[in-house]
Design a protein around this ligand. Structure first.
Ligand SMILES: C[S@@+](CC[C@H](N)C(=O)[O-])C[C@H]1O[C@@H](n2cnc3c(N)ncnc32)[C@H](O)[C@@H]1O
Length: 304
């Protein structure tokens, strides 16, 4: 499947994903976006290092250098609580890239409570204390339309013609509709029916009324990044060629001095923490498997 993310959103995610240190993939997995990302998910999928809830992160304060969070906030029961938790665990000045659906059909992982407009996304993070460095459209309106029509055909079209409609729409949307986002998603009004929007946010305690007022009549897709962000981007670009070995380096051991759970040894580095949580994930998976087996055994006994 072709990737129709806007260049602005890809550029905004870059300093977060490749910046080094302890990068938390909130709601991440089963895919791992970068070898150094530590994935946290409520389900023990493959490549999940920490099994935990975004509403109550099992991490100490000021431990995280950056957060990458894609397509997760729509699934959270209390998104305000999760944003506050993100703020708590991030170091001052740390960046987070959050991308969340706006025009998407219901999809449960395991639940789906809300979608966010660009304005709603902005307000969510600003109220949690973040400074919104920039925000805009991640995936544009043509992809939104293509996916919504596909969902409509799948669920509401007459059964007899469903497969035909699906095949026809799949070809048509791939050839004619989705590619339109190459230009439409860059327009100022693309947020009106964008599939997903993104925000690059910085952990900076803002006093009420201090943050930049959002310009929603004609939303700016690309804001001039602050000097700090621009500097970080330049450094990341310079370091890019060297960023291939797994294992973050810049997080001091002191960040993990307070173990998040009992019986947890001190951590030398973020990769130490990742290994610890990987073991935890395995233990949780094993426990769930055993419980499922016991339930199955009980069911068989009852049937006999
Ligand atoms: C649409 S998937 C996105 C997965 C991944 N971020 C990606 O882009 O491929 C949403 C993910 O959020 C996770 N999730 C849902 N509720 C969560 C919670 N309360 N805490 C942590 N993760 C959660 C789900 O388990 C699921 O893996």
């Amino acid at each position: 499947m072709l990737d129709y993310r806007t260049p602005a959103s890809v550029a905004a995610a870059h300093p977060v994903v490749e910046g080094g240190g302890f990068v938390l993939g909130l709601g991440g997995g089963p895919r791992r976006l970068h070898p150094t990302i530590v994935n946290l998910n409520v389900e023990p999928f493959e490549n999940v290092d920490i099994v935990g809830d975004a509403h109550r992160l099992p991490l100490p304060d000021n431990a995280v250098d950056a957060v990458h969070c894609e397509a997760v906030f729509e699934h959270l029961r209390d998104p305000e609580d999760a944003a506050a938790e993100m703020f708590r665990v991030m170091k001052p000045g740390a960046l987070a890239f959050v991308c969340t659906p706006f025009m998407q059909a219901f999809h449960a992982y395991p639940s789906h409570f809300q979608n966010f407009t660009l304005m709603g996304h902005y307000r969510l993070f600003e109220r949690a204390g973040f400074r919104v460095v920039e925000h805009g459209v991640c995936v544009g309106p043509s992809v939104a339309l293509s996916d919504l029509v596909a969902t409509y055909i799948t669920h509401y079209s007459p059964r007899v013609v469903r497969w035909l409609l699906r095949a026809a729409w799949s070809v048509l949307s791939r050839v004619l509709v989705r590619p339109l986002d190459r230009s439409l998603a860059r327009r100022d009004n693309a947020h009106l029916m964008a599939s997903t929007t993104y925000a690059l946010i910085e952990n900076l305690v803002t006093r009420a009324g201090e943050a930049d007022p959002p310009q929603f009549s004609s939303v700016r897709r690309w804001r001039q990044p602050s000097a700090a962000v621009a500097g970080r981007r330049r450094r990341v670009t310079l370091l890019r060629g060297r960023c291939t070995t797994p294992g973050p380096t810049s997080t001091p051991a002191s960040a993990f001095a307070t173990p998040p759970q009992e019986g947890n040894a001190g951590f030398e580095s973020a990769s130490g923490l990742a290994n610890y949580w990987a073991t935890q994930g395995t233990a949780v998976r094993r426990q769930r498997r055993d419980q499922a087996r016991q339930r199955a055994r009980r069911r068989n006994l009852t049937l006999r």
